[in-house]
Ligand binder design. Structure first.
Ligand code: FE2
Ligand code: FE2
Length: 336
């Protein structure tokens, strides 16, 4: 039986159209990396804006939207930039994954009071679950040997890998929805949000600890291999793939718990939290590295529960989250 908070998490995006995320990707491609987008001319929309800008320039007309306030970086090509709608000129800021983060500023006591189930473990009951657990435990050993107590670098490694499954799962479900011409069941948004959340963990750690070149090369190599293997696994058995992620997240919770113990023992300096973390988790301004680790660990616990639950849903043949929505209020049953 799901707790109300877990139900809330799983259903939070059920009403969010997948197209929102497609539009978001397009906006990010145009607004966030416009120089590269112009260089390779990847989207028709960018080309449309370029053509429009050239016409504006030739006619010496007042550029569209020039009277609107825009925040963001200085434009590289003023004319083209000014011709773009204002909402495309600013980056899209990622949303935190836990409910209530935006309700108030989060301090140490709030973060420590979160009931995340630090030692929670899903006992494997099928052969495939046991293999999934064995694979994750086996992958941990070389990581322990390689990084030992370098928890910041270990965290970079963890997040580079952990940001893969959500995106792979969303991509495959997206393609299956298209090819099968059927609704997805409301998972794609959750999986994309998970991938974005993991990437924010990575961006946070990169503000504090910088891996050296050979560490970066190793991490990138491991991630490439994981991407290939996980993609194959997801295509063959999404149920097992989500179970693997569930166990991976259990290990993430354990790693971040050790990280906190190292800080408490004084072996890792409890430096001020980077601005990106304070903004993303709505932390108090004087927050520290320890608070950030608490916030990240809470996210990992949520990923753990979500992925084990998704695996259970596939096994129970109740994939669609829309099945659980309450329609007693008479609202139309919408699936996408
Ligand atoms: Fe993470
Ligand atoms: Fe995670």
């Amino acid at each position: 039986m799901l707790t109300p908070s877990t139900q809330s998490l799983l259903l939070r995006h059920a009403s969010r159209p997948a197209a929102t995320y497609s539009a978001a990707c397009l906006r990010q491609a145009i607004g966030g990396t416009q120089t590269r987008a112009f260089g390779i001319k990847t989207t028709l929309r960018v080309q449309e804006y370029i053509s429009k800008a050239i016409k504006n320039d030739q006619a010496k007309e007042k550029p569209a939207h020039s009277d609107m306030q825009v925040t963001g970086p200085k434009p590289v090509v003023d004319t083209i930039f000014a011709s773009m709608p204002p909402e495309l000129r600013v980056p899209m800021f990622p949303e935190p994954i836990r409910d209530g983060i935006k309700d108030h500023k989060w301090g140490t006591n709030d973060l420590e009071a979160l009931d995340i189930g630090v030692t929670k473990h899903r006992i494997p009951d099928r052969i495939s679950d046991k293999i999934a657990l064995w694979a994750v435990k086996s992958a941990r050993r070389p990581t322990d040997i390689f990084f030992r107590n370098k928890y910041l670098h270990r965290s970079v490694m963890l997040e580079v890998v952990a940001a893969v499954p959500g995106m792979v799962g969303a991509l495959i479900r997206h393609i299956r929805s298209l090819q099968g011409m059927r609704h997805d069941g409301g998972w794609i948004g959750h999986l994309l949000h998970e991938a974005e959340n993991e990437r924010m963990h990575l961006m946070t750690w990169m503000e504090i600890g910088k891996p050296v070149l050979w560490e970066r090369a190793l991490i990138a190599t491991v991630q490439t291999g994981f991407f290939a293997v996980f993609s194959l696994l997801y295509m063959v058995s999404p149920r097992t793939a989500h179970r693997v992620v569930g166990y991976l997240e259990e290990e993430a919770v354990t790693s971040y718990t050790h990280f906190i113990k190292e800080i408490d023992a004084g072996r890792i300096e409890n430096v001020p939290a980077p601005d990106v973390a304070i903004a993303y988790w709505n932390l108090e301004p004087n927050s520290t590295l320890r608070d950030v680790v608490l916030a990240v660990r809470a996210d990992e616990a949520l990923h753990r529960d979500t992925n084990h639950h998704f695996s259970d849903r596939i096994e129970a043949r109740r994939e669609s989250l829309f099945e659980d929505l309450d329609h007693s209020d008479g609202k139309p049953k919408i699936k996408y």
